[in-house]
Design a protein around this ligand. Sequence first.
Ligand code: ZN
Ligand code: MN
Length: 480
Amino acid sequence: MDDSSSSALRPTIGLEIHARLLTRTKAFCACATTYGAPPNTLTCPICLGYPGTLPVLNRAAVRQALRSTAAFRCELARESRFDRKNYLYPDLPKGYQITQAEVPLATGGWLGIHSPTRGEVRIPLLRIHMEEDAGKSLHGAEEGSRIDLNRAGTPLIEVVTAPALESAEEAVACFSRIRQTLMWIGACDGNMEEGSIRCDANVSVSGSDEPGTRVEIKNLNSFRFMARAIEFEIERQSRQLASGRVVVQETRLFDPPSGTTRSMRSKEEANDYRYFPEPDLPHLKITEDEIRATSTDPLELPDERARRYREELALDPGEAETLCSTREISDLFEQTADSSGRPADAAKWVRNDVLRIMKERDAGAPIGIESRQLAELIELTASNVVSSTVARELLDEVWGTSESPDAIVRTRGLEQVQDRELIEGIVRRLMDEHPQEVAEFRGGRDRLLGFFVGRVMKETGGKADPKLATAIARGMLTGE
Ligand code: ZN
Ligand code: MN
């Protein structure tokens, strides 16, 4: 590849994200939205598209959508409209999807991400609209292809970002932020395996100010695949342009085993959706009450919180993101920092130990520790009452219970031994018992210091303060 021309090629990426809204019932009927029910048990004439049935809009879905538009600081349309998007596919029983094409629920808005190359960036959104999900085709079963319509008619929002992302890393950070924010406000469960949130990426490469031809990559359902698919696509388009060929506008699919994208359909074969206003639904009018009830004030949103962690606590971007990976983790950190008065220690405990135990046990379960217990552990270690090893064991022990680490230390006598005289006594006796080792240490075998410290730790049941024991043993051995 010609370096001089390719170095001037810049990628531009925009995302379209579909998120399933957390509601008990579907968008236009009373069927339950439960995931994993036996196929075709959660359906009715409305979501099966029988003639003569009428959709009725689920106001709880509207509230979840409104809360989402608030979280991304969008401009709300007080009156929006539903349209029919016509296409034929086996998982779409009505032959059309109810969506919002012409007049979406909200336009504009933004979210903050941390870019590895550009630092703090605001990614503008183009729009957020409401629509319904299709059913699911189940391929490859022995019985052939089958359709499960339980999902048909579940409420979605589609979030469309501006083409403002400049790398695969930024695209992943943006998708991740959108998912995290929707989970943060309780609008979506964010479960990617169950398809609760799905991402399409529009990727183009250009050597001038004119935008390049965009290629859509469909159904990126993991962060890892998303990064690889976009990187591959940027490479592929750059090679095309560098060798004087054109990029064809098309839809492509990522193929995980080969790490490549392949063409699904070109622009010529693209669907003509013949949109028209949905005649069975009135315009969607939003009331003052609904706006008030769905405001995200005074909730601190994850992009604001991550920025505050970087700026006020001087955490590096990765640490800041980890600490607010979920609202529960972040709130635990905040409360622990508050009640212990030691934010740096609280950050370390949550990032290292709490997240480790959550991963080891059940990642889906609620956090098994309260800020009160964590603050006690921090205090116990900071004031040298117990060693960090004992504190970590205590964390494991009180996990999932309401027990107080303080109380356990007191009842079991786990306090770290700070008693200088006691430690000196043990070292003196050990020196008497091991004259050979003392002589060798004095002859230059420094490693034997570890032998004495290790024995002190053993004799105190691991409770001696290792730093103090080391200092005392070294002093006595060298004869100072
Ligand atoms: Zn139904
Ligand atoms: Mn859509």
